[in-house]
Design a protein around this ligand. Structure first.
Ligand code: G3P
Ligand code: CA
Length: 250
């Protein structure tokens, strides 16, 4: 990693290019992002599709459920023109196609599992060749079964638990319990939403448990300054150049 604070391009450079496409990842690498985040779902025929939503409507204009479609049904869809006509013809990538954009060196992908642990065996076979370059990958998920299963299947891989500050019942998440669960599953860190009441003490509590600490999705310079000052390991953003400018990085 080039900087003390890891700059993670959310769905690629999604402020400027269509999210979760090869164009968005390539633009992020060109813009000196340290890492790219991407989202994955499993198709009916056990392929890994890089897409945020569980169906294709928002980003292609055609509504197909990912889990009920075969890869061949998704492969031809235009996932670029909704963002800008200049990106017409960008496709939904497979995980393999997305990972192929990873530059040599010390940059990495954060792979967010959007479905459940059923994807883990497929992921394990896709990532088999990456064990020697383990530092170039991380897996994240809100789904605790998925993060635990990933760590169990691939102990060589960094796995971080995603969590917003509120649970599905809109109740505050207990940080101490979240830390304990992450440790029990052998995870490497927490990747927490901007809605948490971020303080230096909170970061210190997570670090004292031996866990890394990341923040998503941060698009305002004031939030970047605050999170950098309390010492988070990395920040996920739609606009990696905004973070570089805010922190006056060359
Ligand atoms: O990096 C975590 C973040 O991507 C989670 O939210 O909805 O953008 O996948 P979402
Ligand atoms: Ca995501």
């Amino acid at each position: 990693m080039a900087n003390a604070l890891e700059i993670i391009a959310h769905r690629g450079f999604s402020a400027r290019a269509p999210e979760n496409t090869v164009a968005a990842f390539e633009l992020a690498w060109k813009s000196k992002a340290d890492a790219c985040e991407l989202d994955v779902h499993l198709t009916a025929d056990q392929q890994i599709a890089v897409i945020h939503d569980k169906d294709t409507e928002r980003t292609t204009g055609t509504k197909l459920s990912i889990s009920k479609s075969n890869w061949a049904d998704l492969a031809g869809l235009d996932a670029g023109s909704w963002k800008d006509r200049a990106f017409t013809g960008e496709k939904i990538p497979t995980l393999k196609q997305a990972l192929a954009t990873l530059p040599k060196g010390n940059r990495r992908f954060f792979i967010e599992i959007k479905c459940g642990p059923e994807i883990v065996p497929v992921l394990q076979s896709e990532l088999a060749g990456y064990e020697k370059k383990a530092s170039q990958l991380a897996v994240i998920s809100f789904n605790k079964e998925a993060t635990a299963a990933t760590k169990k299947a691939m102990p060589w891989l960094k796995v971080y638990q995603l969590s917003g500050a509120k649970n599905s019942k809109k109740q505050p998440v207990d940080l101490t319990a979240l830390i304990a669960e992450a440790r029990a599953a052998g995870l490497d860190g927490l990747d927490l939403g901007l809605d948490w009441p971020w303080t230096a003490e909170m970061v210190a509590q997570i670090r004292a448990a031996g866990l890394g600490v990341f923040a998503y999705t941060v698009n305002k310079p004031a939030d970047v300054r605050k999170l950098a000052s309390i010492g988070v390991d990395g920040i996920t953003t739609d606009d990696p150049t905004m973070i570089r400018a805010t922190l006056a990085l060359q």
